[in-house]
Design a protein around this ligand. Structure first.
Ligand code: CA
Length: 232
């Protein structure tokens, strides 16, 4: 399965760098342009899965581009999130009235932006995101079995991969060692519960190397959970 493609239309260089880094780390394919009129041309050539569109742009404003895109049948339903520094309520309403699906006010938090992008993609093209699990800077592709943290590919053993996929799909829920044994190894397995600890230990070693935050929580006396508040 191909990665969801995102077109970033933004003329602030630092913001483009930030967006590109975080979106790519989250498993998206990113292209960008700093002009509204150029975005218009690019979108006539090929359609991404989602557009992050700045409001104030040289060439053509994000608002005007959004209005034009909604008039063309091929871009009528293209998922668009407007980025805007303006916060006045009437401006927000004006943004949505031009047909944007969502808007984000600058300065925004990266986890919030990623959550909005993922939510809109899930609504617009569920088949594209079904295989991609992500939390903070950790991304797991269920189709290719690839796991990344930030820009780095991680190499997990098959058991560690299964544990991570299982926990990531159920953030915040605590599973006992016995439950993990059932789900990951099958309930007829003769494996000792302490084996679970060994594999979780290996998993942590790979995903947390050189990182500050551990997305896996140990709940004393109970088991393990994927930290639902993990943001990288
Ligand atoms: Ca701008």
């Amino acid at each position: 399965m191909s990665k969801p493609r995102i077109l970033v239309v933004e003329d602030e260089d630092a913001l483009v760098v930030l967006l590109r880094y975080n979106l790519e780390a989250a498993g998206y394919q990113v292209t960008n342009t700093d002009r509204g009129d150029e975005a218009d041309l690019l979108l006539r050539e090929s359609l991404p899965d989602l557009v992050l569109l700045d409001w104030m742009l040289p060439g053509l404003s994000g608002l005007e581009l959004c209005r034009r895109l909604r008039q063309r049948p091929e871009t009528q339903r293209l998922p668009i999130i407007l980025l805007t520094a303006r916060g006045a309520e009437d401006e927000r309403v004006r943004g949505l009235a031009t047909g944007a699906d969502d808007y984000i006010i600058k300065p925004f938090s990266v986890p919030e932006l990623l959550a909005r992008v993922s939510a809109l993609l899930r609504r617009a093209s569920p088949e594209k995101v079904a295989s991609l699990l992500q939390a903070g800077d950790l991304a797991l592709d269920k189709t290719s079995h690839r796991v990344k943290r930030g820009p780095d590919d991680l190499h997990l053993g098959p058991t560690e991969y299964k544990i991570l996929e299982f926990l990531m799909e159920r953030p915040g829920r605590v599973f006992s060692r016995a439950q993990l044994l059932d789900f990951v190894w099958g309930d007829d397995s003769e494996i000792d519960e302490r084996t679970v600890d060994v594999h979780v230990g290996r998993l942590r070693k790979v995903i947390n190397e050189g990182k500050k935050r551990d997305p896996i929580r140990t709940i004393r006396g109970s088991g393990y959970a994927f930290d639902e508040t993990f943001t990288g």
